[in-house]
Design a protein around this ligand. Structure first.
Ligand code: GUN
Length: 282
C-alpha cells in the first residue's frame, strides 16, 4: 500500500511557517495585507473566498474584502484594481474567478500589478516563471512542488509526467518540475498511448478534471502520484479526484488523497505568496 502524502499536515506546517514570519515582520512594524475581490454571489466562490479570509486570519495577514454586486461594471472593477495597485499598504490582490460573463477576465487579470499578482495568473508572472526569473507562481502547482519536496520525493532526474495542460495547473506545473531538474512529459486529450507514458512516470501529476480517470493500471510500481482533481461523487456528499484512489494506492509508492492532498496546499501557498510580496517590498 502506498504511503499517504498528508496535504493537511504539510499545509498546516507551511501556514505555521508563514504565520511566524508575518509575526516577525509585525514586530518590526510591517503589516502584510491581501485584498480579496469577489464579484457576484457564486456559491463555490463564496466558500473559497471565505476560506482564504480564514487563512489570512490564522496567519496574521490582514485581509481587505471587496464583495461587489453581480452587476458591477468592468470599468468599476478595473478602477478598484487601479486603486489597490497604487495603495502601498496592499501586498497582494486576488480577484476570485470566474467573473460574471459581462466582464473580460483576461483584461482584469492583466490590470493587476505583477508585483501584487499573488495568484500568479498575470502573463508577466507566467513569463517570469518560464524564464526562471523571480515572480509569483500559481498556487496549486507551487503547492504540488512543496508536497513532493516535503514527502522526500526525488525530482532531480526523475521522469515526471503531467496529465493536463491548463494555464493554471498543467503548464506551470511542468515548468516547475523542469526547474527541479525532472525530465518532463506533458499529456493531454490528444496524447497517443497515454497509459504507456503514465506507466513510465516516477512522478505522475494528474489534473484533467475527470473523476477517477487514472487507475492503478496507469501507474508504475512505487511511483509518486499527485491528484489535483476534485469532484463530488454523484448522489453522495463524498469527494473524489482524477485518480481512482483505491486501485492506484495498491501500486503507487506515495499518493495524495482527495480530500486532504493538494487542496489545502493552494491556500497555504497563497498565504506564502502574500508574505513573499511583503518581503520583496523591503
Ligand atoms: N477560482 C478557482 N480557483 C481560483 C484561484 O486559485 N484563484 C482565483 N483568483 N480564482 C479561482
Amino acid at each position: 500500500m502506498a504511503e499517504i502524502i498528508d496535504g493537511k499536515k504539510i499545509s498546516q506546517d507551511l501556514k505555521d511557517e508563514v504565520k511566524a514570519q508575518v509575526a516577525e515582520l509585525k514586530s518590526k512594524g510591517i503589516e502584510v495585507t491581501l485584498a480579496v475581490i469577489l464579484v457576484g454571489n457564486d456559491p463555490a466562490s463564496t466558500v473559497y473566498v471565505g476560506n482564504k479570509k480564514k487563512a489570512c486570519e490564522y496567519t496574521g495577514i490582514n485581509s481587505r474584502s471587496y464583495e461587489l454586486p453581480e452587476e458591477t461594471t468592468q470599468e468599476e472593477l478595473l478602477s478598484l484594481i487601479k486603486e489597490l495597485n497604487e495603495d502601498d499598504a496592499v501586498d497582494g490582490i486576488l480577484v476570485q474567478l470566474p467573473l460574471p460573463k459581462h466582464i473580460d477576465e483576461d483584461k482584469v487579470i492583466r490590470s493587476i500589478s505583477p508585483d501584487k499578482d499573488v495568484d500568479g495568473f498575470h502573463p508577466e508572472s507566467v513569463g517570469r516563471l518560464s524564464i526562471g526569473a523571480k515572480g509569483f507562481v500559481s498556487c496549486t502547482p507551487a503547492g504540488v512542488i512543496e508536497l513532493l519536496k516535503r514527502s522526500g520525493t526525488e525530482m532531480d532526474g526523475a521522469n515526471a509526467v503531467v496529465v493536463g495542460r491548463s494555464n493554471i495547473v498543467g503548464k506551470p506545473m511542468s515548468v516547475l518540475l523542469l526547474r527541479e531538474n525532472a525530465t518532463v512529459t506533458i499529456c493531454h486529450s490528444h496524447t497517443k498511448n497515454l497509459k504507456d507514458i503514465c506507466k513510465a512516470a516516477d512522478i505522475l501529476v494528474v489534473a484533467i478534471g475527470q473523476p477517477k480517470f487514472i487507475d492503478g493500471s496507469y501507474i508504475k510500481e512505487g511511483a509518486t502520484v499527485i491528484d489535483v482533481g476534485i469532484h463530488r461523487i454523484e448522489g453522495t456528499k463524498k469527494l473524489c479526484g482524477d485518480v481512482d484512489y483505491d486501485s492506484a494506492s495498491e501500486v503507487a509508492g506515495k499518493i495524495t488523497p482527495v480530500p486532504g492532498g493538494v487542496g489545502p496546499m493552494t491556500i497555504a501557498e497563497l498565504m506564502n505568496n502574500c508574505l513573499q510580496s511583503a518581503l520583496m517590498k523591503q
